[in-house]
Design a protein around this ligand. Sequence first.
Ligand SMILES: [Ca+2]
Ligand SMILES: [Ca+2]
Ligand SMILES: [Ca+2]
Length: 620
Amino acid sequence: MIRSILTVTLFVRLAAAAAPVVTKVEPPDWPAAAKATTLRMLVTGGDFAGATVRSSLATAAVQASAAGTHLFFDLTIPAGARPGSYPIEIRTAGGQTQASFSIVPALDRSGRFQGFSPDDVIYLIMPDRFSNGDPSNDDPPVSHGLYDRAKSRSYHGGDFEGIIQHLPYLKSLGVTALWLTPIYDNANRPNQRETNSGAFTDYHGYGAVDYYAVDEHFGTLDKFRELVDKAHAVGIKIIQDQVANHTGPYHPWVHDPPTPTWFNGSEAQHLSNTWRTWTLIDPHATPEMQKSTLEGWFAGRLPDLNQNDPEVARYLIQNTLWWIGRTGIDGIREDTLPYVPRQFWRQWTTAIKEAYPAFRVVGEVFDADPGLVSFFQGGQQRFDGVDSGVDSLFDFPLQAAIAKVFTDRAPTRDLAQVLAHDSLYVDANQLVTFIGLHDLPRFMSSQNATSNGLERAFSFLLTARGIPMIYYGDEIGMTGGGDPDNRRDFPGGWPEDARNAFEAAGRTAEEQKLLTQLQRLTRLRAGSEALRHGRMVDLLVEDHSYAFARVTAQSLAVVVFNNAPQAVTLHIPLTGSGVVDGTMLEDSFGGAPAVQAHNSALDVGLAPHSVAIYRRRSDL
Ligand SMILES: [Ca+2]
Ligand SMILES: [Ca+2]
Ligand SMILES: [Ca+2]
């Protein structure tokens, strides 16, 4: 008995006396700055109980987790600190070890951190599905077995190098910004939380296991920085996809959280997200009613980060600033925006704008109701006392109308009826408008879809208010149903592909026509101040026709849609549009005859299923 007590005591002593071990330092480095910066460091490892830290940089507020596996402390980088290695000594009763940390040179601000605006045309790429520029990272040893092009939910080999190689193609389309789905390191194993089959992987990037690393299938952090720099060199911005609401199911924190309140609940016990987003905009709702939507685990399985824990908030804000400062990106697309407390977004956007004033954020609020979506745009305090500071949102309400109107499943006036809600937004011109994205079936796979319908949809997208976005492959009318069928490989992105649709010779006549028309539209928009920034004035709204003007002090465009299967003659009133009698207007797009404003009206003849984009000769 005495002997066993002695053994236990000895064991506890030995365990307590072990030297600390460091496995991870977050952030691993930080750009030098003109202003002093205090970071909240998170070191992961073991035996941190009672640790003290020492560095040539000032440290404070050291806090080890109860399990001794995480260590928080403040680290202050003084103004003008020289780049270099600044190791941190961690000491306990059991010994000492070093955590590495370095200050790196700050990136030159010119041509970086640019934000985005209606002057841009965004193009959404899933890196795994666009182009395979580097076969050596298709099936990396660390995550062997996740690559299989024959399986729709496996990695297919696309990467940063593939995007770099196709920058000239993107440039030729008129694209000026790329949104890439998340590039964080995801699990090196099959995702069996989604299904037991083992055939699912996190190729889509939405299952982060390391917020400070790039997934090995896409390349390295340096390769990503090369992509940003090379895109910038040809006038293309980069928008990073970030996810602050939840981690991936295999993030090591799930079984060893840095604080007891790091997640909302635990893997064993948590709420499921009930998607009751309406409760978040409801002045009559109680916090209890909102709880499952804010704190529930996405799809019942994605660990929900608790941004009300100040350590979590600090971690996420710092992580965002790190990506921006280390890579030179221009914007962020923020995933699952509504499911995070709005006061967190306030802190987060404030920190971003303080450091990078031109930077812009677009949030995902996946809903077709403008009353709901508009609530989440920043620039105004809402009833909850919070101005989120989020610049832009995706225009899901307009997408829903576009998808139906241009497949003859809804009257054309539905477009105007969605735009009629624009006064709900702080600034509807900043919304990102789109026809398709990776969470919706492709346009060409929807009921009644035709290539001509998609061409008219593009015509609307590139002439209406907002910041237009194109989903990769829609420019050639790629097909695909729901996820993951809507994420097929771009034909020609792989050396072994039967054809290469990145080049004219590899496209069908129908694909070529669509792509050429889109190129004409992006060029038209780039050359017309009215189409990018003009006030939108509805001139004629009918079941099968829609005419609107875009007007600035200097520039004018009148856009007319005939969505009927027969030719029409339209009498379009101009009162209130700013178009004066005698103005000659020429169709820059569809080839309709020139028209002259007369008696405050235009008489226009349009071919079946066609679009005219009229401009003054002086604006051409
Ligand atoms: Ca590859
Ligand atoms: Ca990985
Ligand atoms: Ca949440």
